[in-house]
Design a protein around this ligand. Sequence first.
Ligand code: UGA
Length: 455
Amino acid sequence: MTITILGTGYVGLTTAVLFTHAGHTVYAIEPNKERLDIIKSGRSFFYEKGIDELVSSALETGRFFPTDSYDESVEQSEVVISCVGTPDNPDGSSNLTYIYAAARDAIARLRDGAIFVQKSTVPVGTGEKLKKIIATSGKNIPYVSNPEFLSESTAVADSLFYDRLVVGGDDGDALRTILDLYKTIEDKRNDMAAIAGITPLDKPMRHITTTLNSAELIKVSANSLLALKISYANSIAKLADKAGADIKEVMDAVGADERIGKHFLNAGRGYGGGCFPKDVSGLIASGLEYGVDLEIMQAAQSLNESMAGYIVEKMQDAMHGSLQSKKVAVLGLSFKANTSDTRRSPGIKIANMLCKAGADVSVYDPKAIEEAEPELHRRARIADSTEDCITDADAVLVATNWQEFLEYEPRLLAEKMRSDLFIDAINGYNVTDIEAAGLRYIGVGRNGEKAGEEN
Ligand code: UGA
């Protein structure tokens, strides 16, 4: 098949190279010249495990064409897959400017019978509006919603070994064509995993066919429920701090109930990234549009927004009320480990709050410095390494679970610092190990009497 992918972000570029390796001819449209040149040189412009290898080998097949032009690509495609960005508007609703612009540009060029697939996350009801635009074109272009569930940092692995594949729409033939298209990836997933250096997984993959509106709602509801779980854990963490319990002990046992599940119950500095904050506010906005007050999601959102300030306050209390001229090291600027993405990064938010409170802040991240720089407070010093960042610090705060931070020897940390405060904003450390190195440990919901006692 000939396929055009609109947009080459985490979703678009991953999808494009996987379909190429599955045997198809793939055009990937990227309007940004700098990004396009990087892809054409055989790399990705973002950090993601295995993607560079898949991009360079996709180019070698002679069937992968990164381009900035809709003309040749869309006109000869049987399937167009929209993976363009959906930033949020200042009021929290989704900004669909790129979605509509890309769809209009594609519809104008698509031939009759070609299928338009929406992979970008859009508010429920968007597909119905796009179908009206298709109808006014006079062409027969079936519209399929095919929401994406990949996580950044595991984009390739998630796209090869998924739990479920959802396709929604009202054209049965088009839905079957798209399911068959994905089967071509499934057939070659182990070969592609080998190219990407990813361990293959043997897991069942469910194919789910729904209506258009259901497919759209599945995506934002799934992300919002995961965000809700995190905010729930964080609200109980605040209680644990006051009541003298350890949130890790609490959530480990709560999550041991299979009906609840252990995932996304890790309390800490809250969720960031390009998806959860946007999808929660998008769902709230959709609720308002349809006259439904999603108070539960509003609570999850404001709890999440409170977490950075909560941690800074804990730090301030531990430093006897003032952060003025205190040397603070913030480790971790990406919104989670193994990605260079800094969108809505809790680490950056905390570092900037500390700068505003008068602290002398140094920051470090193994992959995200370049992306973080424009968002950082001008007073933040960018360090060259973990060691450079923590040297002579009064306090060290870890905001991202990068392996190199988790593996840093607490004893070395204590030696390099000039004082002894360790803030674990990701609840990723063993309290006993930190305290054994002579440091004072502060986590999120872990400072009860029992915190640190390992059984
Ligand atoms: C999320 C979803 O997990 C994907 O399934 C979805 O496809 C994707 O959004 C999307 O809509 O494109 P992602 O944003 O890449 O993926 O990252 P997650 O791993 O879900 O983490 C989101 C945030 O939650 C991170 O800041 C992470 O540190 C935080 N988090 C995660 C917690 O604070 N606690 C947890 O227990 C888990």
